[in-house]
Ligand binder design. Structure first.
Ligand code: ADP
Length: 541
């Protein structure tokens, strides 16, 4: 056996490291109250230790679940370390879920305490009667902002707990495979499922995601995670930023283009991360005001396919690179990132662009393959599409309290995505398997069809769904939201597919709508669109 130290990888070591080595580096937060709060990694560590003592005084024990309903802010960050670091499990709840789903999740997780931002006071008032295991609720604010009257049982004040607690606290040492964090999938179909991360998986993910061809996180960056800390750990930013000493800027609830622009400029943000709809908002804001960016260079985009047209606009008009990533809740979330190799740098711009539009290369640690419906592995030729399977030390093997339900297939996690992989290992998602359009026994990739529509200057949002056809089973229907004040006809859009996709892929019809339904993680909900259009009939049928 090797003779190296067997030191467990524990989340508390990250904030200790940040305190020691980047102690004066800033964490800037836009608070729920609207003002800006700033302090340092050293301050964060001190208050996390105070909160760890407070949790101990409340009787929170190793493995207990402690929930949060909160935006990206410094108190939420303190809880990330105080809860996991002391051996309990932070359960981040997505407040955008339906209250009934939240109650289901809190009961399923058997949460012991719930910490919440004041934004969610009424939500918590509604939930409290239904959450059977919760012993108390903590409002993440100071005494002067506490509600005068409330129906919430055992309501406490965050700052009171901090004030009453000593900062003398020794982070405990335990097995690195212990659970650290619980996050439920959004449950677009069926009940949400709990993904239970460990200290080890979280640290390995933080290491790997910091690498240059991953997030390229470093002490020279000023990072703004727009991705919420209430879903999939804000893609690990709360760990990778302190691990590398990046300045952290937390946007709170203000995620509109104007608020983000202001924060980016004021704090000298160099890179940010989020789903495509957020970047559309920022682009529209910058366009309206004819604004430019002074420090902003890079956006890591994922959660849904990045429209190539948006990638080009950001680069050509604003000098901001959009880096495409792919992952999911069950993968902590990072799976692939799209960056160029040295031999690509000599390629013409359009060939480089074609590579960058893919979801990218796996980050070392994740292994992937594509298989057919019988489970046989398919070749990496960049054309053949198959079901995407992954495995790795930060990929889930089962769901919380469903350990007997077999999730893996021969040790691989089926992602539910359909993809191609090219000979160089660049993966491209063509669809979620449940969104694939099956026409005449062949698959039509809806993402590619949406990207063609999104390249039209009058199109703001596009979704492509399969609708019933008596001969072909399904045919593609394009659902479009136009940009305000812009116009485009159905024929013009359909004609724009000529020469861009195989002719039988061309959508049969276009429906113009005022808005598209967006889910709790900011993605367009295709099942909802299919529902809304269930009585729709194609013109030819
Ligand atoms: P939920 O939408 O239920 O919250 P996740 O946040 O875990 O679930 O989303 C994971 C899914 O999002 C992936 O399986 C994939 O379908 C989709 N996704 C993530 N990144 C991309 C991307 N870059 N391109 C296309 N789809 C993506």
């Amino acid at each position: 056996m090797g003779q190296m130290m067997n030191q467990p990888m524990l989340i508390s070591s990250i904030i200790q490291h940040a305190d020691r080595h980047f102690g004066r580096k800033e964490i800037v937060s836009r608070r729920v109250e609207g003002d800006i709060h700033r302090y340092t990694y050293r301050d964060c560590h001190k208050r996390a230790r105070q909160m760890a003592n407070a949790l101990g005084n409340l009787g929170v024990a190793m493995g207990d679940r402690v929930a949060t309903l909160a935006w990206n802010g410094y108190r939420h960050l303190e809880l990330y370390y105080a809860i996991s670091g002391s051996g309990a499990v932070i359960h981040t709840i997505n407040p955008r879920l339906h209250p009934e789903q939240i109650a289901y999740i809190a009961n399923h997780a058997e949460d012991t305490y719930v910490f919440f931002d004041l934004t969610f006071l009424h939500l918590v008032e509604t939930l409290a009667a239904q959450c059977r295991s919760v012993k108390g609720y903590i409002a993440m604010t100071e005494r002067s902002n506490m509600p005068a009257v409330s129906t919430i049982p055992n309501l406490m004040c965050y700052e009171d707990l901090i004030e009453a607690s000593s900062d003398r606290y020794e982070w405990p040492t335990f097995d690195e495979n212990s659970a650290s964090t619980l996050c439920y999938t959004s449950g677009t179909t069926g009940n949400p499922k709990g993904v239970l991360y460990s200290h080890r998986s979280t640290i390995l993910h933080a290491y790997a995601s910091s690498m240059p061809d991953a997030l390229n996180m470093s002490g020279r960056e000023v990072v703004l995670p727009v991705v919420p800390m209430f879903h999939v750990n804000a893609w690990g930013f709360p760990y990778s930023a302190p691990l590398t000493g990046a300045k952290l800027v937390l946007p709170g609830p203000a995620l509109d283009g104007g608020s983000l622009y202001e924060l980016i400029e004021q704090e000298g943000v160099t890179f940010s991360a989020g789903v495509p709809t957020v970047w559309l908002g920022l682009l529209e804001h910058a366009g309206r005001g004819k604004l430019t960016f002074s420090s902003f260079r890079r956006i890591v985009i994922g959660g849904a396919a990045c429209p190539p047209a948006m990638m080009k606009t950001y680069r050509q008009q604003y000098g901001v690179e959009l880096v495409h990533t792919w992952g999911m809740t069950e993968m902590s979330p990072l799976g692939t990132v799209c960056t160029l190799q040295s031999h690509h740098l000599v390629l013409p711009q359009d060939e480089q662009q074609a590579i960058l539009e893919k979801q990218g290369h796996v980050v070392y640690g994740v292994d992937m393959k594509i298989v057919d419906d019988a489970g046989s592995e398919l070749p990496w030729d960049g054309t053949i599409r198959g079901n995407l399977y992954v495995r790795g030390p930060w990929v889930a093997k089962s769901y919380f309290k469903a350990e007997n339900g077999e999730v893996l297939q021969d040790g691989w996690f089926p992602t539910g995505d359909v993809a191609t992989i090219d000979p160089e290992g660049y993966m491209q998602i063509t669809d979620r398997s449940k969104d694939v359009i099956k026409s005449g026994g062949e698959w039509i990739g809806s993402i590619e069809l949406e990207n063609v529509a999104l390249a039209h200057p009058a199109v703001r949002l596009a979704a492509c769904i399969g609708v019933f056809h008596p001969k072909w089973d399904e045919r593609p229907l394009l659902v479009i939201v136009k940009k305000p004040g812009a116009d485009v006809s159905k024929d013009e859009l359909i004609n724009s597919y000529k020469g861009r996709v195989a002719s039988w892929w061309t959508p049969d019809d276009v429906v113009f709508v005022d808005s598209l339904p967006v889910g709790a993680t900011g993605k367009i909900l295709k099942n909802e669109i299919r529902n809304q259009l269930r009585d729709y009939k194609l013109p030819t049928t």
